[in-house]
Design a protein around this ligand. Structure first.
Ligand code: ADP
Ligand code: MG
Length: 723
């Protein structure tokens, strides 16, 4: 027949992936940063004083001098033209979670019918895209729809290659006319600054003078699936929702663990090499790549960078991966749960703070003094995560991530901290007021030389914890694969700013009162671990007993997006974000609104797709098969043979179920849920999701019954195992 699926299988078999060959001139060392307007390029092309001024802005956040902007713009334009750029674009990160860019030509008419390549400082520094259609959660009315982009000097400009012409891309923030944040980058930059300020106060107390700015670092690990494009195009659900809304688990799943860290398929390796070359050109330090747990699933982990740059690079990585996957005849799936019953994808956010001089402040030192400093910063994390776990949960809330959190493949929705045996042991003893070395050598005080040598490698790993200490950083494992890292990073920075502020104030007061510094540190650590130790959990986060235990400890279990989002608009949360100048109350409300809107929108799309695919693909296939069986029964009867109707009955029951489930879904979609975003989101959760699940259950049963040559949708088996 003309079943799309069967044609797709033929096409996949016939497909020849493009050959990849790198010449010597394209070794990573040669291409790295080739398309980036980085410090090396600036040093070469800018007058010394201009260069110094820009570097001061990059390193220490000094305001950018407008005269300097003109000089930089001019050098940047010349460089970009040499790289074949014809246009420039301010790239920004609206609240859709995607990247947006508005392209302008360098050419400007000069009045005599000719045009000159122009690029002034003010064009570099500020733009005004008419981007009024992005979600703004009530921050902009159409009559004041103007949004402005502003250059983030700390994130370098780059040239993006495209067969149709290259573009100079300038990473920017995106704000409303009144300066309110319409994007993910603005709050990230604000929160980074707040966190740095208070970290520096603590470091001063520990005797660090003339510090360079303390910033947060982020190393994002991105998991993803690859499927052949022919299958992708034959699945309207993958195409439009990024996940399969139908499909039964393959007979062979991931239970053999034969894919995890196994040999990377040749075709995928070609894709990876190709993407890495592109990422290198853009100065993105792609490092680790390997197969993940599920078949068809892979991971890339670039080296950690300053938070805002890591975030920009992460977005760029996702766009690059998408286009290169296409070139290799594949489609990349960043959705958290593309295949039900198969492991989903996350985006672990590895977080630390520090600077180039000091490295990560989460690294235990060689001396008791350094260890005391390390423990103070760790204590600040424990306190922050305990007080604001709900906000961390809210920062990763989305309809798609709901499929993954708490499903025993990703951390539970309960936010706790894993410290590892040794660090947990130390804090345990601090809590008991009797810090004895792990070897039991007697009492000791922080800051005196009886403190044990702390582990530089924690040795044990706990994959079930949402927030784990991993030797020199904390790993936040709840973020979903589709999300930007900017939102969780903003929250981590902000709650850390508050906690560091608290710690700094306590220690400053003690010192001002003439207390012994070591004793003050000891008191503070004891207080924090006593009051906030409940958030430390080193056990199995997937176990059935953990939610019960967590409840006893008073930890929140915000299972779904709609449970988590209200955390954003508690008085406490709004005051917190306002105090550190990350969000004002209006901005917090807008994030909450957008969270609800996006939730309702994405489930709405899925519900309509479920109805469409169920009615126009699954039901017709099932009915055809039913007719075939019925015809057979009639024919047998006519021939005087005993007709067995078992198969016919077996397929008729789920067909009836499917019909009624489709009818229910249809009326749920037609129901008026009102126009309040909360009501719409609740309708999506309470009416649409259950109705979709019922359609799927019937359809998935049919998949196991209907003749293979009639089944329209590429199966899990085909999509996951043919690459
Ligand atoms: P694993 O899978 O064991 O968690 P990976 O090697 O896949 O580790 O990823 C670790 C990530 O953590 C990388 O992006 C790495 O650059 C990052 N990372 C390492 N050290 C730090 C640090 N001090 N701060 C932030 N991120 C870090
Ligand atoms: Mg990993």
């Amino acid at each position: 027949g003309n079943v799309v699926r069967l044609q797709a299988i033929k096409d996949v078999e016939a497909y020849v992936p493009p050959a990849i060959s790198f010449t010597d001139a394209e070794t990573p060392g040669q291409v790295f940063g080739e398309n980036v307007f980085n410090k090396v390029v600036m040093q070469k092309r800018l007058p010394k004083s201009v260069y110094k001024s820009v570097v001061a802005t990059i390193e220490n956040g000094a305001p950018l001098d407008p005269l300097v902007a003109d000089a930089v713009a001019s050098a940047m334009k010349d460089w970009a033209l040499e790289k074949g750029a014809t246009h420039y674009a301010h790239v920004f990160y609206p609240l859709t979670g995607l990247s947006a860019e508005k392209h302008d030509s360098f050419l400007e008419p000069v009045g005599d019918g000719t045009a000159l390549a122009e690029f002034a400082g003010k064009t570099l520094v500020q733009g005004e895209p008419d981007a009024s259609s992005f979600p703004n959660g009530g921050l902009r009315n159409t009559f004041e729809a103007r949004g402005y982009t502003g250059w983030d000097v700390t994130s370098p400009a780059y040239v993006l290659e495209n067969p149709n012409g290259n573009t100079l891309c300038i990473p920017t923030v995106f704000v409303s006319m009144t300066g309110e944040a319409l994007d993910h980058k603005t709050p990230l930059l604000r929160s980074q600054q707040a966190m740095g300020t208070h970290a520096e106060r603590i470091l001063k107390l520990f005797g660090h003078e003339n510090l360079n700015s303390i910033v947060s670092f982020c190393g994002p690990e991105q998991e993803y699936f690859l499927v052949d494009r022919h299958f992708f195009l034959a699945r309207p659900d993958l195409l439009n929702a990024g996940r399969t809304l139908f499909g039964t688990k393959p007979p062979k799943g991931q239970e053999f663990d034969d894919h995890y860290f196994g040999a990377i398929p040749e075709r995928v390796l070609g894709f990876m090499m190709d993407t890495e070359r592109e990422l290198f050109k853009l100065g993105i330090p792609a490092k680790t790549r390997h197969n993940e747990v599920a078949p068809g699933q892979f991971e890339i982990a670039p080296m950690f960078e300053r938070g805002n740059i890591a975030s920009d690079h992460q977005q760029l990585l996702m766009t690059t991966f998408k286009s290169i996957a296409k070139k290799h005849g594949m489609e990349i799936l960043f959705h958290e749960k593309p295949f039900q019953g198969v492991n989903g994808s996350g985006k672990h956010v590895n977080f630390s703070l520090g600077n180039n001089e000091l490295g990560s402040l989460f690294v235990p030192g060689d001396t008791p003094h350094e260890n005391a400093q390390f423990l103070v910063f760790c204590a600040a994390v424990i306190r922050a995560v305990h007080l604001y776990g709900g906000l961390l949960r809210a920062s990763v809330a989305s309809a798609s991530n709901d499929h993954r959190l708490g499903a025993n493949e990703a951390p539970p929705a309960i936010i706790s901290i894993f410290l590892g045996d040794q660090l947990a042991d130390i804090f345990d003893q601090i809590a008991k007021g009797s810090l004895t070395s792990s070897k039991g050598k007697g009492t000791m005080k922080i800051g005196v030389d009886t403190l044990p040598v702390l582990p530089t490698d924690p040795g044990d790993r706990n994959r079930t914890s949402p927030f784990a200490f991993t030797g020199n950083r904390f790993e936040f494992r709840a973020p979903g694969s589709l999300q930007t890292v900017a939102a969780p990073m903003t929250t981590i920075n902000t709650i850390m700013a508050e906690s560091l502020d608290y710690v700094a104030s306590k220690l400053e007061t003690a010192v001002a009162n003439g207390e012994d510094f070591d004793a003050a540190v000891q008191t503070l650590l004891t207080e924090i671990i006593t009051e906030h130790g409940a958030v430390v959990f080193n056990g199995d986060g997937y176990s059935d007993s953990w939610p019960i235990e967590a409840e006893k400890r008073g930890l929140k279990n915000l299972r779904t997006t709609l449970d988590a989002l209200p955390e954003l608009i508690t008085d406490e949360a709004m005051d917190l974000f306002e105090k550190y100048r990350v969000f004002n109350h209006r901005e917090m409300h807008s994030r909450y609104e957008i969270g609800l809107e996006q939730y309702a929108l994405s489930i709405g799309v899925e519900a309509r797709l479920t109805l469409e695919i169920g009615s126009t693909m699954v039901l017709p296939a099932a009915v055809r098969y039913q007719t075939e069986l019925a015809t057979n029964v009639t024919a047998l009867k006519t021939a005087g043979v005993d007709a067995d109707t078992t198969a016919l009955d077996e397929v008729s029951a789920p067909i009836a179920d499917l019909r009624s489930a489709l009818a229910t879904l249809k009326s749920a979609l037609a129901a008026d849920a009102g126009h309040e975003s909360l009501a719409e989101a609740e309708h999506a959760r309470d009416a649409l999701l259950p109705a979709m699940n019922a359609v799927r259950a019937a359809a998935d049963t049919l998949e196991t019954l209907v003749a293979d040559d009639l089944w329209p949708l590429p199966t899990y088996q085909e999509m996951l195992f043919i690459l």
